[in-house]
Ligand binder design. Structure first.
Ligand SMILES: O=C(O)[C@H](CCc1ccccc1)CC1(C(=O)N[C@@H](Cc2c[nH]c3ccccc23)C(=O)O)CCCC1
Ligand SMILES: [Ca+2]
Ligand SMILES: [Zn+2]
Length: 308
């Protein structure tokens, strides 16, 4: 059979044309990227509105994935590549497990499914119902959020419950902001590109102002609930706000290095917000010294949200 790695093009949900790393076999082109270092492979599927995973490969006859029903797959494939590049180029991490595991994404999951998730093995994206959400792979911060769950699961492995769970959530929001910024699209919001397509300017969450979307930004307002694994998507506002203060002080690059070191070297499955402060302080000391402005920024940021 005739086979080769190829470079194609595609149109994402934003309408922009992007370059895609594809694979050609017997005249059919696949969203199958073998171009990453140490042969990290990125492969993208469609569930065709079903729920069996991973579903079917997304293919095209002429290596130009430009039809509207391919846009969600183009985004998932392209944004997974950008997120792979961030972790490899910035932190030397080869895929989410630092062992070159494939990045598998499935789009068109379910019917009008208003959500996305990492299921322990792959990323999964719903199409949204068109009013609350448009297809959820259409936002780089959402893709980076999901892939960072995989990084967390293979490192700190923060339990998805209560404070460790809110910290897990916050780590995904933190690196979502950083990955978007690294790609020239900096903002403090999460999901702005896919949330309520009819309402410009809003988002799912704000790290600058968590209260905008009903999240606390201080320990005094910690939300005790049994819902959502102890409010992991609500209480993440507190560590998210701490990150906002820290990154505003010392910048996203240094913050990213401190957060990556804390996530991969110090945090463990039951770490709570206090443990996060200590892990981030230790990481800042390791990287910049105990009397550094970076160390002080972490201390100030956590104090400002009522921790430490
Ligand atoms: O990765 C996560 O933390 C979220 C995973 C949610 C999920 C978990 C297990 C099975 C299905 C879905 C997905 C995202 C999330 O934050 N979801 C929130 C907000 C949300 C999205 N769609 C919703 C529909 C109803 C209520 C809340 C939501 C949630 O599930 O709470 C992350 C970025 C965007 C979507
Ligand atoms: Ca964003
Ligand atoms: Zn999450």
């Amino acid at each position: 059979t005739q086979e080769a790695a190829t470079t194609g093009t595609g149109k994402g949900s934003s309408g922009e044309t992007v370059t895609l790393q594809t694979y050609q076999s017997n005249g059919t082109y696949y969203l199958y990227d073998t171009s990453k270092p140490m042969d990290g492979i990125i492969r993208t599927y469609t569930a065709n509105q079903g729920s069996s995973l991973p579903g079917n490969y997304v293919t095209d006859a002429d290596n130009n994935f430009q039809s509207s029903n391919q846009a969600a797959a183009v985004d998932a494939h392209y944004f997974a590549g950008l997120t792979y590049d961030y972790y490899y180029d910035t932190h030397g991490r080869n895929s989410y497990d630092n062992n070159g595991s494939d990045l598998i994404s499935t789009v068109h999951y379910g019917s009008n499914f208003n959500n996305a998730f990492w299921n322990g093995s792959q990323m999964v994206y719903g199409d949204g119902d068109g009013s609350t959400f448009s297809p959820l792979s259409g936002s780089l911060d959402v893709v980076a959020h999901e892939l960072t769950h995989a990084v967390t699961d293979t490192t700190a492995n923060l339990v998805y419950q209560d404070q460790p769970g809110a910290l897990n959530e916050s780590m995904s929001d933190v690196f979502a902001v950083i990955v978007e910024a690294e790609n020239g699209d900096f903002d403090w919001q999460l999901g702005e590109d896919i949330y309520t397509p009819g309402t410009p300017g809003d988002a799912l969450r704000s790290l600058e102002n968590p209260e905008l979307y009903d999240q606390p930004s201080h320990m005094d307002d910690y939300y005790n609930t049994s819902a959502d694994n102890g409010g992991v998507h609500t209480n993440s506002g507190i560590p998210n706000k701490a990150f906002y203060y820290i990154a505003n002080d010392i910048g996203l690059d240094k913050s990213g290095d401190i957060y990556y070191r804390a996530l991969t070297s110090y945090l463990t499955s039951q770490s709570d917000f206090e443990d996060a402060r200590n892990a981030l302080l230790q990481s800042a000391e390791d990287l910049y010294g105990a009397n550094s402005t970076e160390y002080q920024a972490v201390s100030d940021g956590y104090a400002a949200v009522g921790i430490g």
